[in-house]
Design a binder for this molecule. Structure first.
Ligand SMILES: Cc1ncc(COP(=O)(O)O)c(C=O)c1O
Length: 410
């Protein structure tokens, strides 16, 4: 239940106070790429640099103790936010990309053998597929792809069809970043675990927008980024079940992660999570992330999701009036709208919108293999967050009205 002062929707005035960029003329519709940051987050980062900018877990003096407290508190908040069992299951990284690389190269590189099978889809982000390609090449494991339905969704029926006796891991996004389709992760893990298959989930586009409970979903590993959920850039999380994370080899070694070493090359690593967090972390970012989680908790993540679904429906009802606009994901229930304007190259559409101060993403959205099944290479993507309003949608719709067709190339 949202408290009154945190009501989502209306004219978005509440959020204009919190997000400095919203007081400008910019209509920001690229929230899948990164979200705006509220003052609470900006202030937390700046307060750290201004008032107690010591290192973490290194000093015995007062301001360093304060850093330790704030840093450790963030880990606890992340644990609660995703309902992990233990805070040692939360490893801080620089983002989803590093988290996926850590799980794939730190664990699966040692786990997989020749002819084992990695099951994924063609709709995945480069940050998931490319580390798998490397590991497949090194281990001689095979990558195979789950068939996508006509609307490009993943069904449990197709997952079952794709599994064979060699399948060792299923790895896919919870919500994809191009079409925003939501995968049946709970059903997938239930099926996979009965067959001894592990599941690694890319949650970059789900955690910022809807409740994700790692114990309920029963995922083995899960990755996400702070900057896509109001937090600073350069911070991410790898969640893993403790007994699996314990088997992850660090990709980076150095200070902070070792308990002992000597000149004879005897080395003892620390326990989780320190073992996987070598070097000085992004302390300011992690402290800012704590404020981002507070902000989302105050709003209520379920209300965030519901608001985005309603706002998308509003946008679709307006865009459907333009027969020259093809929306590829009309019926998917979240805040992503992926479209093309018939006869106009998508990059020209995005540039045209840019001239009207409307920010949308254009291109393959880092999911280049998807074009093999989507049938088009480049699209425009609008991605909403709770601070977007009907007024933003009206501006987009007005901009796409009429004159855009003057840019037609055929
Ligand atoms: C589905 C998905 N996976 C992974 C990533 C990579 O995230 P980051 O760049 O924060 O590491 C993104 C970013 O757009 C994404 O949308």
């Amino acid at each position: 239940m949202i408290k009154d002062e945190f009501m989502i929707g209306g004219d978005g005035m509440k959020f204009k106070y919190d997000f400095p960029i919203l007081t400008t003329d910019i209509v920001y519709l690229d929230n899948c790429a990164t979200t705006l940051k509220p003052l609470e987050v900006i202030d937390a980062v700046s307060n750290y640099y201004k008032n107690y900018s010591a290192s973490v877990h290194r000093g015995a003096y007062e301001i360093s103790k304060k850093v330790n407290e704030k840093f450790d508190e963030t880990r606890q908040k992340v644990k609660s936010f995703i309902n992990a069992k233990d805070s040692c299951e939360i490893v801080f990284t620089s983002g989803t990309t590093e988290s996926l690389n850590l799980a794939i190269k730190g664990f699966f590189l040692n786990y997989l053998k020749s002819k084992d099978e990695i099951l994924t889809t063609k709709a995945e982000h480069a940050s998931l597929l490319l580390p798998w390609y490397e590991v497949a090449k090194k281990t001689s494991a095979n990558i195979s792809y789950i068939d996508l339905e006509d609307d490009l969704s993943v069904t449990i029926k197709n997952v079952k069809k794709a599994i064979n006796k060699n399948t060792k891991v299923i790895s896919l996004a919870h919500i994809t970043n191009v079409l925003g389709d939501i995968r049946p992760i709970k059903e997938i893990t239930s099926l996979a675990h009965k067959l001894g298959i592990l599941v690694l989930v890319d949650a970059a586009q789900s955690i910022p927008h809807q409740k994700v409970d790692v114990q309920d979903l029963d995922v083995d590993f899960l990755a996400f980024s702070a900057h896509k959920m109001l937090g600073p850039t350069g911070v991410g999380v790898l969640y893993g079940k403790k007994h699996l994370l314990e088997k992850v080899s660090p990709l980076i070694t150095g200070g902070g992660m070792n308990a002992f070493f000597d000149s004879m090359m005897n080395v003892v690593y620390k326990d989780l999570p320190d073992k996987l967090e070598a070097g000085t972390p992004n302390i300011a970012g992690i402290i800012g992330f704590s404020s981002a989680i507070d902000y989302l908790n105050k709003l209520g993540i379920d209300d965030v999701h519901k608001y985005e679904v309603d706002l998308k429906k509003y946008a679709i009802s307006k865009l459907s009036n333009f027969e020259y606009i093809n929306v590829y994901n009309k019926d998917i229930e979240n805040g992503i709208i992926t479209f093309n304007v018939e006869g106009v190259p998508s990059k020209d559409v995005a540039e045209y919108l840019n001239q009207k101060n409307i920010c949308v993403r254009v291109g393959t959205h880092c999911a280049k293999a998807l074009s093999e099944v989507l049938g088009v290479r480049s699209t425009c993507r609008v991605s909403l967050y709770f601070y977007n309003t009907k007024e933003d949608i009206d501006k987009l719709v007005n901009a796409l009205n009429g004159d855009i067709l003057l840019l037609k190339t055929d």
